[in-house]
Ligand binder design. Sequence first.
Ligand SMILES: O=C(O)CCC(=O)C(=O)O
Ligand SMILES: [Fe+2]
Length: 205
Amino acid sequence: MKLFDEPFDPNKNLLPYGGIVNYYGRVFDADTANEFYGVLLKEIEWENDKAIIFGKEIITKRKVAWYGQKPFSYTYSKVTKRAKPWTPALKAIKEQIEETSGETYNSCLLNLYHSGDEGMAWHSDGEKDLKKDGAIASVSFGAERKFAFKHKESKEKVEVWLEHGSLLIMAGTCQSYWLHRLPPTKKVNSPRVNLTFRTIVEQKI
Ligand SMILES: O=C(O)CCC(=O)C(=O)O
Ligand SMILES: [Fe+2]
């Protein structure tokens, strides 16, 4: 007889080949997750994201923010941003997930999706500013959303639900061989905040 129903195993690699993805489920209890969600919505300096697509500047509905240990500059969708210093909440979240994942991170890209209308298109996070094959820790608060991976060659797909207060780690060659996206959905009409902790390689500031 099984005493506990384990819905997932954080040590299990969700990808069949070409990289590592581990889902840890809810690493923050409900009260802590609610608290962080409220604090992040209020205190983060959210800005509309700008991206250059086919040479045209577009403004996304989704909001973003970029924080780090140093005022790193970071180029994302051909737009350069400068990191703001850690807030106490971001520092606390970072320390807990560093302990859980056994990795360190020096920066964080935050995304605010106001509802299921907003998502993120297929991409990988292999920008040259990032440590090659470094782990990326994705922490989610608010509405539960589906997250999808697609292998760049075989097109094989893997999906996972990202819960309130959960942690997902993308590691190894995941960014080289797999794309990921946050699909838009009609079923969600409340906000979600996602934090991706990353390692920026040292740069002259
Ligand atoms: O919102 C998410 O879960 C993913 C965000 C993402 O892929 C990114 O910021 O690069
Ligand atoms: Fe990403």
